[in-house]
Design a binder for this molecule. Structure first.
Ligand code: SAM
Length: 241
């Protein structure tokens, strides 16, 4: 179970919210049963349930637990907003493949329109999907879902990363493989993927001027939701051999 870091101290974990019902009614755990809790920041512990109350479960920590399942680099996927449930596919599968965080952005060819209310609901839903996918993959980190960025905000974010990469199907010389081969463990890598209609040439020039490096994801044109999964698979291949 994932908890906020503030719910886990040296000796105890306090589980609140929907997970209480899951523990008591779905899993039918009882006092004395052992469970694993993660604080979402890389700390996994095995603990024994001491008390199940209607609104909280108290767990005494027995020991630190688990292999590290995180990629040795932090990959942020910036995905041009895509239609329907494609964004959910990117977040679910991208979480399984080890992404550190996700942000959607709008650009010239974005078709999807989100008002403030819709955006808030989508962000909540995406965060829930990331949490569930992280649990299913036994990850100790739940990917962060950032707010939807404007094109300008996306361009300004390049400086926060060691590598700011811009997936562009017309790039002929620089491949993602080549860049990853040079990246050191611990690097923060941003990979920008376009929406269904891709990028306008003006946007490509703006991205390069903002410090992004155009990279190819191979010779075939991938669908907008396939491209980030390919990129994350390349990262796993490079760093987990
Ligand atoms: N029209 C299809 C769709 O509806 O999904 C293809 C869209 S493709 C243009 C969307 C984005 O995927 C591009 O903007 C680019 O970021 C990325 N992409 C796809 N294939 C790529 C490749 N071979 N190399 C680099 N980037 C690629």
């Amino acid at each position: 179970y994932f908890v906020n870091p503030s719910q886990m101290n040296e000796q105890y974990v306090t589980i609140v919210g929907d997970d209480v019902n899951h523990i008591a009614k779905v899993m039918r755990f009882r006092s004395g049963d052992e469970i694993i809790c993660c604080n979402g920041q890389g700390r996994d512990v095995r603990g024994v349930i001491e008390e199940i109350q209607p609104n909280a479960v108290r767990v005494r920590i027995l020991r630190e637990e688990g292999p590290n399942r995180e990629l040795p680099v932090q990959v942020t996927i910036a995905q041009g907003l895509v239609k329907g449930d494609k964004m959910e596919v990117v977040i679910q599968k991208g979480t399984e493949l080890g992404a550190f965080s996700f942000c959607a952005f709008t650009s010239m060819r974005t078709v999807v329109k989100l008002d403030e209310k819709k955006e808030r609901r989508r962000l909540e839903r995406w965060q829930k999907i990331a949490k569930e996918a992280a649990e299913q993959s036994h990850r100790s980190h739940v990917p962060i879902i950032e707010n939807v960025l404007t094109w300008r905000e996306l361009l300004a974010s390049a400086s926060r990363f060691h590598y700011a990469l811009f997936a562009y199907e017309k790039e002929e010389t620089v491949t993602l493989h080549r860049v990853l081969a040079e990246a050191a463990p611990g690097s923060k890598i941003l990979i920008v993927i376009g929406p269904e209609g891709g990028f306008d040439e003006k946007e490509v020039a703006e991205a390069e001027a903002a410090g992004f490096l155009c990279v190819s994801l191979g010779r075939r044109i991938l669908r907008a939701e396939t491209a980030p999964l390919y990129a994350l698979s390349c990262v796993s291949y490079q760093f987990e051999q």
